[in-house]
Design a protein around this ligand. Structure first.
Ligand code: ZN
Length: 491
């Protein structure tokens, strides 16, 4: 039982002090480092003053005005930065569905778990680029009403594309209106309008498309005052390879989309006139969302179609580096779908690490994960940087992410709209992130569950299966590992 009376009097004292300044709660965060993601250098000994749902001030800790009654949170040793943005996710779509039971209710429940896990990882902004039926819109309502917790959600609802377009292969098995098949200019317009009528924030279209179709989609979306995300390439395999792939219209789709004013280009598909398209992207401010990890291009053996479409890791790296050098803004996205429970923080880090491996500095990668992400969501005016007047969506991570990027999705504090939604300051384990060490990014990793993961890894070094016991028996016939790591209680 809580000491209700004592608590009430404490609240009243705090409230009367705060009331002099404002009716709203004030929080002041003081850390060793502050990365505001505006492009400025790292600020040392800075503080962020939060009043209500917004940032009131960002400045040196001995100079900011601390409102009376404010809660001062000292996070020495830690770094304060804007909340993370994952700008291409499918929480309400499940690739394994053809083999498992699946309906809209299960999809929504599973998605709500992913949203919660994203918040655990410090992701305070997410763009849902395609969900079954109207589940994404339902999630947005549920978040607004406080039924579930998760990042701010920008949703596309159903993906608009031709009959047989990319992702329609899932439709054959699970009729879920994941793809809104559109085969005439009227149908492209109608499905875009329908999504917005239902509450979508952004249009997502997928290839293949004709030049006319993409121009209509972009015009219609912009007429509605919204942004459009274009998946422009990557027709599924099974088609005979054209000996002259340069003549394939797929090689023109990125260019058509950029020329017509697409706001974001998803993935890292090839294009015929690459140098000219990169220049056009820079001029028009097109944002590219490479989803390097999501596409699996980094690790997968290239197929014949990959080679034909210049989708090998070497080609992708070259394209990425040219876009970076050409000044094209790029954002971080995991492309996680419903089957990837508990892994979103891990995937987010993998994508960041890939950006860094392909030429981004740590600082640039952090900006891609925050400010550029907010731009891709059309919310650059309200989130994405730590500046006075913006919504107070911020995270505090242990140590210095400029030295160890892995700490980014292991926040000790997550603040969303001025409210503390995660507080792990009292948990020591989160501080144990060291460079070069394998870590479990499972959201439950701050509980005894975390210890269990460590236990398993110890007993089964390098093992991949979940249940160490069997694995050891097979891999360790002499039992030496078992003796070394046996539980004290069982020996
Ligand atoms: Zn996707």
């Amino acid at each position: 039982m809580r000491p209700a009376r004592l608590l009430l009097s404490t609240i009243l004292i705090a409230a009367s002090a705060a009331a002099q300044d404002s009716e709203t709660n004030s929080i002041v965060i003081i850390g060793d480092r502050l990365i505001d993601a505006t492009g400025a250098a790292v600020n040392e000994d800075y503080a962020v003053v939060i009043q209500g749902e917004r940032i009131a001030e960002v400045g040196p800790k001995d100079r900011v005005r601390i409102p009376p009654g404010a809660e001062v949170i000292d996070v020495s040793g830690a770094t304060v930065l804007p909340g993370l943005a994952d700008v291409h996710v499918h929480p309400a779509f499940y690739l394994a569905a053809p083999r498992d039971f699946e309906d809209d209710s299960l999809s929504a429940l599973r998605a709500s778990a992913i949203l919660r896990q994203a918040l655990d990882a410090g992701i305070t902004l997410m763009r849902d680029l395609g969900a079954r039926h109207n589940v994404g819109i339902g999630l947005k309502h549920a978040l607004a009403k406080g039924y579930i917790e998760g990042p701010r959600l920008v949703v596309a609802n159903g993906v608009v594309g031709q009959t047989g377009a990319h992702a329609s292969e899932f439709e054959l098995m699970v009729p879920s209106k994941w793809l809104l098949a559109s085969d005439s200019p009227e149908e492209w317009r109608r499905h875009i309008r329908q999504n917005f009528k239902l509450g979508a924030d952004v249009t997502k279209v997928t290839s293949p498309f004709t030049r006319e179709e993409i121009e209509i989609a972009i015009e219609e979306t912009h007429n509605l005052g919204a942004m459009i995300a274009v998946h422009a390439g990557g027709r599924k395999g099974g088609k005979p390879a054209s000996p002259d792939w340069y003549s394939d219209p797929e090689m023109m789709m990125v260019e058509w989309a950029v020329a017509a004013g697409a706001d974001t280009i998803e993935h890292l598909y090839p294009m015929k006139n690459q140098a000219a398209v990169i220049t056009m992207m820079k001029e028009k401010g097109t944002i590219v969302v490479p989803t390097i990890r999501g596409i699996g291009r980094r690790t997968r053996e290239p197929t014949e179609s990959d080679t034909r479409f210049q989708l090998t890791p070497a080609h992708s790296e070259d394209r990425f580096r040219k876009m970076h050098e050409g000044g094209v803004p790029m954002a971080i996205a995991t492309d996680v779908e419903g089957g990837r429970q508990g892994e979103i923080g891990n995937y987010f880090i993998q994508e960041l690490e890939q950006f860094i491996a392909w030429g981004y500095s740590h600082q640039e990668a952090i900006e891609a994960a925050t400010r550029v992400g907010a731009m891709a969501c059309g919310l650059a005016d309200s989130v994405g940087t730590l500046e006075a007047g913006k919504l107070a969506d911020l995270i505090v991570v242990p140590g210095n992410p400029l030295e160890n990027i892995k700490v980014l999705t292991r926040p000790i504090l997550v603040i969303q709209g001025g409210k503390v939604v995660r507080d792990r300051r009292s948990t020591d384990s989160v501080m144990e992130v060291t460079p070069g060490k394998r870590h479990c990014y499972c959201p439950a990793s701050y509980s005894p569950h975390w210890l269990r993961h460590r236990w398993r890894r110890k007993r089964n070094p390098g093992g991949r299966t979940q249940f160490g016991e069997k694995e050891i028996r097979r891999a360790d016939p002499t039992g030496s590992l078992r003796r070394r790591f046996s539980r004290p209680s069982s020996s």
